[in-house]
Ligand binder design. Structure first.
Ligand code: G6P
Length: 368
């Protein structure tokens, strides 16, 4: 497999631009567009209706895909989900009800802590399902069920296309679980499947914001600290935004649930502090607006990533607004991943750091 950067300056940028294509490939694999149904691996060794619980363990960006999936499984399938950072899960000696489902998420399929979590779950009577990008990996081999992400080889150390493909697989799985458990009817399934199939088109729209984002990055590159806020499924995306920015640009960044603002990070806010708010115009939008007002009242520099309706109803002054297409709530995390990746990428380029090989980081962490 020959992998090159094509016309792009970095592998990361190439991989960001590949996302509409690879997410389309992944969704086409798991969704039957004509029938409006999710297509799952045949002969699952468990019955969704009797599943006592779902546990998820992963590291880094894959962990944040898992955290997003918790919202989807709980909303669509009404099943409780425990989500853990794999290095914590493996040593916590958590009790597990036999017959539960353990989902491990990993791009490489070789991350030591994730593999150890998988083994612990197996020893404790769980069905293990792996969402992995490398189908020949150890994690894939040791799992009972494998749902590959069809992102293709990912070279940039900071994960981009593997992440959005993980989201696509996990959303499909959550919809299927909802259908099987009787909380999603055929009509709703059809609607959700259609929404998922639209994701690549919306991601293409989002990519058109690159120039605007490159301009914003000039401002961000001067910051010492950046705070990212989001609610609901935008919370893991805010965390992913902060992770990407610190990995690539070495600017200190934190992702917080918007509602936690007043329990700590609000103390940091002054006129030098950019606050990136991820807020599509969804059920929790109004709540996020009040958090933005709290930031604005303290002179914080708000950078809002939203859609047209959200921009209209923001009620605060922003230093910049990135306007995304108006998308169904379920696919918002997939589409909003694009601007947060571009923000981190362009800030790093502005600072002259090594985008594809950030200092101290490894693509695959096979030791503890
Ligand atoms: C490393 C990589 C991250 C990745 C994490 C988990 O830290 O730099 O991009 O998210 O490992 O890797 P995995 O291969 O398990 O997804």
């Amino acid at each position: 497999f020959l992998v090159d950067k094509g016309n792009h300056k970095h592998f990361m940028l190439k991989e960001i631009y590949e996302q509409p294509e690879v997410v389309a490939r992944t969704t086409a694999h798991y969704l039957d567009m004509a029938a409006g149904k999710v297509r799952l691996p045949a002969d699952l060794p468990f019955d969704w209706a009797n599943l006592p619980r779902i546990s998820i363990a992963a590291c880094g960006t894959a962990y944040l895909a898992g955290l997003t999936a918790k919202y989807w499984f709980e909303r669509f399938a009404r099943i409780q989900v425990d989500i853990d950072i794999a290095s914590e899960f493996r040593y916590r000696e958590t009790p597990m009800v036999p017959g539960g489902l353990m989902i491990v998420v990993s791009q490489s399929g070789e991350t030591a802590d994730t593999l150890a979590s998988l083994r612990y779950a197996k020893e404790n009577g769980q069905h293990v399902l792996a969402v992995v990008n490398v189908p020949t990996s150890t994690i894939a081999r040791e799992s009972h069920i494998v749902m590959p992400t069809l992102a293709g080889p990912e070279i940039g150390v900071a994960s981009t296309k593997a992440f959005t493909c993980q989201l696509a697989v996990l959303a499909s799985l959550a919809i299927a679980a909802g259908k099987a458990r009787g909380f999603v009817n055929a009509e709703e399934e059809d609607k959700l499947v259609r929404a998922m199939m639209e994701a690549p088109r919306y991601m293409n729209e989002a990519l058109k914001q690159e120039e605007h984002i490159a301009g914003i990055a000039k401002m961000l590159s001067k910051a010492r600290d950046v705070l990212y806020l989001g609610r609901g499924t935008s919370y893991p995306i805010a965390m992913e935004g902060a992770l990407k920015l610190k990995e690539l640009s070495y600017i200190h960044a934190e992702g917080y649930a918007a509602g936690e603002l007043k329990h700590g990070p609000i103390a940091l806010i002054d006129e030098t502090m950019p606050v990136i708010v991820i807020a599509p115009f969804d059920k929790v939008y109004e709540k996020t607006v009040s958090n933005m007002q709290e930031v604005a009242a303290r002179g914080g520099q708000i950078l809002l990533v939203t859609d047209e309706k959200g921009a209209e109803h923001a009620e605060v002054e922003t230093v910049a607004t990135i306007v995304m297409p108006d998308v169904p709530a379920t696919i918002a995390p997939i589409v909003y991943s694009v601007p947060i990746q571009l923000i981190a990428y362009h800030t790093a380029v502005e600072m002259g750091t090594d985008v594809d090989q950030p200092r101290n980081l490894a693509k695959s962490v096979t030791v503890e």
